[in-house]
Design a protein. Structure first.
Length: 711
């Protein structure tokens, strides 16, 4: 059988390919012993070879098994795996959200036995049509179940996805002794135990993996990677350094950033310095992301400037470098991302350029974790047990934004408290306990990982050893290659020309504020008589802000002024100067305002009245405009604070913003728009509702101006 396995491997990977010992142990356990196996092996080790070879052997039997089912997290990963399977003579198909019209045909092929491998996303496991129509028969005939990127199963892992927890139901419906393989490159001991426990039965040793799961952990050293950290004093220095040194980095590679805005800015700056790069974020269209991936695969560009949206699933064996502008929140996540490089080249450069703003960005993403118990109970109370509510219909009834609400519903579904059905969600009525202790432990683990990432940047010892120890690699040793073990290859020096260009680029203030044109859906359910399109006579015009809180340039300065916990105080001179620059560009740029403002109005604020007041006064003084007054808040305290979603925000503001009589008396007589100023446009609804109140009171037009927007 090993000879047959080697023959399949050669079809897959070339005539010189040979099975590693642990690859054979995994294949043997799956095909001969029909066991459950967890492979924790470094990126590029050949985990996919294990399940493709095992599939071929199982399908060659006199009585072949049913298809292998691979649960895979990303469409890009599926595309790569379908191509790889074809090289080994294995017929692979995929059922996902992008090929709904092929589901019936593929299902028929599965039932006819002509499909060797079926790839599905974890989300597909709870799609009502798939779960009820395809999954039962599929589970009954599955010959091998593969859980790819298995660290996503564990909420201790760096990339937990609740849909992966549905695999427990799938596992329970498999025929007895169906082999199961889980694979990951990024699991420490805690995550390994958690995943192994979910694959198997009760453990004989509570501190170890479950007894019926074979765990194969290999060395996580990557001999081709040369790690280094450069501590540079500002975002401008980091951008300037990259523009100066990109030509010294081998081949083509990836530049990772922590936010969408940073990816966009970095790509724009590098292009302005003559580099061929592309931005890659989760907000880009799928076709654009595919084109960017292909350009990198074909070496048509020097780098993709990407968020974590480019992670699992992207396979370019000759990737020459990975640079991080800003540190990921854990060494495990960092190891996963740098593992994209150096799979089929002798040397690849891995550089971390941490920023002082990294911790603030980590805190922001941590704030999106599982909601507190009272919010969860409110959602359960709002869901009926006899008729489904869509997420869109549920959202106005609860104080959670759409993405966070959907994540919470997925967790509740796995826990049995709700059920997804055709048309939406139902409460099951089953008892449910809010596991506050576990959530606190997970939060504490996340905080410890952040500290460990800071430790990676500061360590005086071997960097690869540090990462391997964070992943509980028992074989961790000094690598002899990193900037701590050997002479550093890169100096932190930035040329004056590149630094000046970066400072000028990042110092440009001004981003557009798009006006709201539609009311949130479901407002009638919360007692607000608004729906459909906002009347053009009540809309604001496009506005401007100095910058985004996530910007590389103005982000840090603006977070100091309007970020969480920032104290109230007068507008600083440097920010005032930036506001004036924004107004100048707005008046004379490519997309100017339709007419010069005829006056300034401030948005009332209980949190930063001094800041907003001084902003309005400075603008009025410099622009020689009358300071007309404020749109006042007449509702209860807290009504002008942030809300979870748009519908709740509008509900809180509706009827609670007023135009005083003395302000209303002058609005109708103005011969130009009102400049409406605020400190932070978050959801955008305060500005929208204040502009509507001004328009209803007679203002001919409203131009929103804010110090900051979030992203």
């Amino acid at each position: 059988m090993r000879q047959r396995a080697e023959a399949v491997l050669r079809r897959l990977a070339g005539e010189d390919a040979r099975l590693r010992e642990d690859q054979w142990r995994a294949i043997e356990a799956l095909v001969i012993d029909e066991r459950r196996v967890l492979c924790v092996q470094r990126t590029g080790w050949g985990k996919s070879a294990v399940y493709f070879v095992a599939t071929a052997l199982l399908r060659e039997r006199a009585e072949p098994t049913g298809p292998t089912v691979i649960v895979s997290p990303l469409l890009a990963l599926m595309r790569n795996q379908v191509e790889a399977a074809g090289r080994a003579g294995i017929r692979a198909r995929t059922i996902n959200s992008a090929n709904l019209d092929e589901w019936q045909e593929i299902t028929a092929e599965i039932h006819a036995g002509s499909v060797d491998v079926l790839l599905i996303s974890p989300e597909r496991l709870n799609n009502p049509e798939f779960r009820d129509g395809v999954l039962p028969r599929l589970a009954a005939t599955t010959g091998l179940l593969v859980v790819d990127e298995a660290h996503c199963v564990s909420d201790w892992g760096h990339d937990f996805r609740p849909d992966y927890r549905r695999l427990r139901t799938f596992l329970g419906n498999l025929p007895e002794r169906t082999p199961v393989l889980a694979t990951t490159a990024t699991a420490n001991a805690r995550v390994t135990r958690d995943v192994a426990e979910q694959l198997g039965t009760e453990p004989t040793d509570p501190t170890g993996p479950r007894s019926d799961v074979l765990v194969l952990r290999g060395s996580l050293d990557r001999e081709s990677l040369r790690l280094a950290v450069l501590d540079l004093p500002s975002p401008a220095h980091r951008l300037g350094w990259l523009a100066d040194h990109l030509d010294r980095l081998p081949g083509s590679g990836i530049v990772y950033t922590l936010t969408v805005a940073s990816a966009t800015e970095t790509a724009e700056f590098l292009r302005s310095r003559g580099w061929s790069v592309a931005a890659y974020t989760g907000q880009a269209e799928d076709a654009d992301r595919r084109a960017a991936e292909q350009d990198l695969l074909d070496n048509k560009i020097k780098a993709l400037v990407a968020t974590s949206a480019l992670g699992m699933g992207f396979d370019k064996p000759d990737l020459g470098f990975v640079v991080h502008l800003g540190a990921p929140p854990s060494p495990i996540a960092y190891y996963q991302q740098v593992g994209r490089a150096g799979r089929a080249v002798e040397h690849a450069e891995v550089l971390l350029l941490p920023g002082t703003e990294d911790a603030a960005i980590w805190r922001y993403f941590a704030s999106l974790a599982f909601p507190p118990e009272e919010q969860v109970r409110a959602v359960l109370a709002a869901l009926p047990t006899d008729r489904p509510l869509s997420t869109q219909a549920l959202e106005p009834l609860v104080d959670l934004r759409r993405a966070r609400l959907e994540l919470m519903l997925k967790v509740l579904d796995v826990d049995g408290a709700v059920r997804r059905v055709r048309g939406g969600w139902l409460a099951t009525g089953e008892p449910w306990v809010y596991d506050a202790a576990r959530l606190r432990r997970v939060a504490a683990a996340r905080a410890a990982e952040q500290q460990a990432m800071l430790g990676y940047a500061a360590t005086t010892g071997c960097r690869m050893r540090y990462l391997r120890e964070c992943l509980d690699d028992a074989e961790a040793a000094d690598c002899g290659r990193c900037d701590r073990c050997a002479e550093a290859l890169f100096s932190p020096e930035v040329s004056p020309a590149a630094l000046t260009a970066a400072q000028t680029f990042l110092g440009r203030p001004g981003v557009q504020i798009a006006p709201k044109k539609l009311w949130p859906t479901g407002l009638a359910a919360v007692g607000v008589p608004l729906k459909g399109r906002i009347a053009p006579s009540e809309q604001a015009l496009p506005g401007r802000a100095v910058g985004r809180l996530s910007d590389l340039g103005w982000g840090g300065r603006l977070r100091d002024l309007v970020g969480p916990g920032a104290p109230d105080g007068p507008l600083p001179d440097d920010v005032a100067a930036a506001v004036i620059e924004v107004l100048k560009a707005w008046a004379h740029g490519d997309d100017p305002w339709p007419a010069r403002p005829a006056g300034v109005v401030a948005v009332d604020s209980r949190t930063r009245p001094v800041l907003i007041g001084s902003l309005a006064e400075r603008i009025a003084a410099v622009g020689r405009l009358p300071l007309l007054g404020r749109v006042t808040s007449v509702g209860p305290a807290g009504g002008d604070g942030p809300r979870g979603n748009s519908a709740q925000r509008v509900r809180a503001l509706h009827g609670n913003l007023a135009v005083p009589e003395e302000l209303a008396a002058v609005l109708a007589g103005l011969d130009g728009p009102v400049l409406l100023v605020d400190d932070l446009v978050d959801s955008g609804w305060t500005m929208t509702m204040a502009a509507r109140a001004l328009r209803q009171a007679g203002a001919p037009a409203v131009l929103p101006l804010s110090l900051a927007i979030p992203t």
